[in-house]
Design a protein around this ligand. Structure first.
Ligand SMILES: CC(C)(COP(=O)(O)OP(=O)(O)OC[C@H]1O[C@@H](n2cnc3c(N)ncnc32)[C@H](O)[C@@H]1OP(=O)(O)O)[C@@H](O)C(=O)NCCC(=O)NCCS
Length: 174
């Protein structure tokens, strides 16, 4: 029997990658979770960094990083093909987006976690803050993770402020 192909996680590079990632988000958030279609795609998609997980040439997972102007990145729209969940793909997408945030000089990652997967983010070092709130009708909690230590942060401070300038936040961060 043929060995299973490895999943590759990388930046969405082509129009086809972006279309496949969006199609996956529509399947997962709109069809599976009932998020209104008009809330799924937003203005931040154009400036966000999008990651795709690819298996045998097919996009099976996605996530995005929106650069915030306070030197943080907001991770969201994390989605993995239903039959392929709980095999580590989501964790790899998260790690990839964190590495991209660090590479851009961002000191912190923030996100709005659906409460049913709060443990997933906690396992990856995210700490919850504040109360549970509804976003697109789904219970969420804000979480954050420091990506760099104090020394590295001081070194990156100047770069971070320059690179993050002009970025925006997202009203919904599934
Ligand atoms: C959240 C999501 C992206 C995680 O992707 P994944 O490939 O399953 O993630 P991993 O395999 O790396 O990690 C799995 C862990 O996530 C958590 N998790 C995943 N699905 C879960 C579920 N249905 N219930 C509870 N915890 C769950 C668990 O901690 C799990 O670890 P375990 O299998 O050891 O219990 C995926 O479940 C998904 O696409 N969900 C639907 C969309 C969504 O809710 N996105 C997140 C919005 S914040």
């Amino acid at each position: 029997m043929r060995a299973p192909s490895p999943v590759a996680v990388r930046l969405a590079a082509s129009a086809a990658d972006h279309e496949a990632a969006l199609a996956m988000r529509l399947r997962v958030f709109v069809e599976e979770q009932g998020v209104p279609a008009e809330e799924e795609r937003d203005g931040y998609d154009a400036q966000a960094v999008h990651a795709v997980a690819v298996l045998d040439g097919v996009v099976v997972g996605t996530g995005r990083l929106v650069l915030l102007d306070e030197g943080a990145g907001k991770i969201g729209r994390m989605a993995v093909e239903r039959q392929l969940r709980r095999r580590g793909i989501g964790g790899r997408i998260l790690g990839f987006l964190e590495a991209e945030a660090k590479r851009r000089g961002l000191a912190e990652a923030v996100l709005h976690a659906q409460t049913y997967v709060q443990g997933f983010y906690a396992d990856h070092g995210y700490v919850a803050e504040g109360d549970v709130f509804l976003e697109a009708g789904i219970p969420h909690i804000a979480m954050r993770k420091r990506l760099v230590g104090a020394t590295e942060r001081a070194r990156q401070g100047k770069r971070s402020r320059t690179e993050a300038a002009g970025a925006v936040g997202s009203p919904r961060d599934l």
